[in-house]
Design a protein around this ligand. Sequence first.
Ligand code: FES
Length: 84
Amino acid sequence: MDPLKKEIVICLGSSCFARGNKSAIKAITEFLKEHNLQNDVNFRGERCFGMCAKGPVLKLGNVYHENADTESIILLLRDYLEIN
Ligand code: FES
């Protein structure tokens, strides 16, 4: 893992997965591809973050984003990756 790369961690616990992170994986992968960022970020999954009631959860850098539906994820990614 490259410590200089920005980190995107999606919760793959069963609650978040069922609440939308299954489709979020696809949306994030497509977003990174579209902006040619696949090699500039570490995108990975982790098991339950322990905040299931607030899921789906996405972690960008050190910040956890709750109730992250696919639409808000794109906005969060644009902001985090500084894309206009
Ligand atoms: S399954 Fe995502 S926080 Fe628990």
